[in-house]
Design a protein around this ligand. Structure first.
Ligand SMILES: *[C@@H]1O[C@H](CO)[C@@H](O)[C@H](O)[C@H]1NC(C)=O
Ligand SMILES: *[C@@H]1O[C@H](CO)[C@@H](O)[C@H](O)[C@H]1NC(C)=O
Ligand SMILES: *[C@@H]1O[C@H](CO)[C@@H](O)[C@H](O)[C@H]1NC(C)=O
Length: 192
């Protein structure tokens, strides 16, 4: 627990996708990602080299299916469900850029909703499968590979939906936009 600057109880994340999501409320950052602040944090703002701990829930906007559309997308993952936060080191290239950018602008305790437009794939998981995967299989049966950049979806069905959208292996047009809810739980300072 060395250097733990701020924590909040993870159980406090209570969001459902249709509840907010007025497009006008989002602020577009210079990178092109859109961010909606759901709750301002009151803790530390992480700096490059710090290790951050987040809860996140991800959705693919354009995944087909009536139910998916009604829910605002198909779920990729939701770490709050199993209370297993995702940790990464800021500025290290461990996480996709959308996570780096969003978290860099947050304070511990804050919650944001991030929209990564499908037209900006460089900010999310690479479209090129050689770039996206490490080559390590996490489900030999389903041929699901580990991602090179986090967060790695825990739910196999969620990753399949995400891969399906990224791989675009259909002729039907769809929206590749990804939505993430991110709660910054804690910031652990880099050792100086
Ligand atoms: C994620 O799971 C938590 C705990 O079950 C729930 O309260 C929350 O609404 C979920 N988030 C989203 C965006 O669905
Ligand atoms: C992706 O989907 C669009 C719309 O259906 C299509 O025009 C395009 O050719 C697809 N690209 C690939 C690489 O499959
Ligand atoms: C994709 O969905 C997002 C979120 O609803 C929307 O803002 C965006 O305009 C859509 N993009 C396309 C190309 O339809």
């Amino acid at each position: 627990m060395l250097g733990l600057l701020a924590t909040t109880t993870s159980a406090a994340v209570a969001l459902s996708l249709p509840e907010v999501a007025q497009a006008d409320d989002f602020v577009t950052l210079p990178s092109g990602i859109k961010v909606l602040t759901i709750r301002e944090g009151e803790g530390a703002t992480p700096q490059p080299g710090d290790t951050v701990s987040v809860h996140w829930a991800g959705f693919t906007k354009g995944y087909q299916g009536k139910r998916a559309r009604e829910c605002g997308g198909k779920r990729i993952d939701n770490t709050s469900v199993r209370d297993e936060p995702y940790e990464f080191k800021l500025g290290s290239g461990q996480a996709i850029k959308a996570f780096e950018i969003a978290v860099s602008n947050m304070k511990a305790g804050g919650i944001v909703r991030v929209e990564v437009p499908g037209e900006l794939p460089d900010l999310a998981y690479p479209l090129d499968r050689n770039q996206r995967f490490t080559g390590e299989l996490i489900s030999p049966d389903l041929k699901i590979y580990k991602y090179r950049y986090g967060p790695q979806p825990y739910e196999l069905g969620g990753q399949r939906a995400l891969d399906f959208v990224l791989d675009n292996a259909t002729l039907r047009p769809f929206n590749r936009t990804l939505l993430f809810d991110i709660k910054l739980l804690a910031v652990r300072k880099a050792r100086s």
